[in-house]
Design a protein around this ligand. Structure first.
Ligand code: MN
Length: 199
């Protein structure tokens, strides 16, 4: 995610067109959320790094060790990159397959029970933040609520899937209806990408 010539972090290329995630997410939401919010976090991060202790470090290292403004912009750059790269055009009855499907059944009982808990934790997060599915050191799946720019990496977890619950993620398409937004995102999750992250 860095440019080999100038060492700056770069925008992740979207694996879909801005209009392709509708009706779950409109092209306008992608234009603002990816095109403006994520771009701003990236610009702020790249502006803060030269001459700092974090110059030349990987994004993951920066998120694990930085504080304040560098942490906030690095965290938001990582969180949004993972968020936007985990989606694909909507599919009816979109459901996990392979290793992640087995792990979800093992640790939550069923995909439906997992969805219920994930949505409840996303809807119940007070203020701005993210709901995450991660694997712990033993491989067990856990759902966590992370405030503001936080990422499960800082708790020693391996992040796999995330839904952004900052208002800017859903206000254009869903206004105040965060639960409806969370429910709609299941149709666009690319479970192949989640399986890659599980490794
Ligand atoms: Mn966001």
């Amino acid at each position: 995610m860095t440019n080999p010539i100038n060492g700056k972090f770069e925008m992740p290329a979207l694996p879909y067109a801005a209009s392709e995630l509708a009706p779950a997410l409109s092209a306008e939401t992608i234009e603002f959320h990816y095109g403006k919010h994520l771009q701003t976090y990236l610009n702020n991060l790249n502006a803060a790094l030269p001459g700092s202790a974090f110059e030349g470090k990987s994004l993951e290292e920066i998120v694990k060790t930085a504080e304040g403004g560098v942490f906030n912009n690095a965290g938001q750059f990582l969180n949004h990159s993972m968020y936007f790269l985990q989606f694909a055009a909507p599919k009816a009855n979109n459901a996990p397959a392979g290793m992640i499907a087995e792990a979800i059944a093992r640790d939550f009982g069923s995909f439906e029970k997992f969805q219920e808990e994930f949505q409840a934790k996303g809807a119940g997060l007070f203020g701005s933040g993210w709901v995450w599915l991660s694997a712990d050191a033993s491989g067990k799946l856990v759902i966590t609520q992370e405030g503001n720019a936080q990422n499960p990496l800082t708790k020693g977890l391996k992040p796999l899937l995330t839904f952004d619950v900052w208002e800017h993620a859903y206000y254009i398409d869903y206004r105040n209806r965060r639960p409806d937004y969370l429910k709609a995102l299941w149709s666009i999750v690319n479970w192949d990408e989640v399986n890659k992250r599980l490794g």
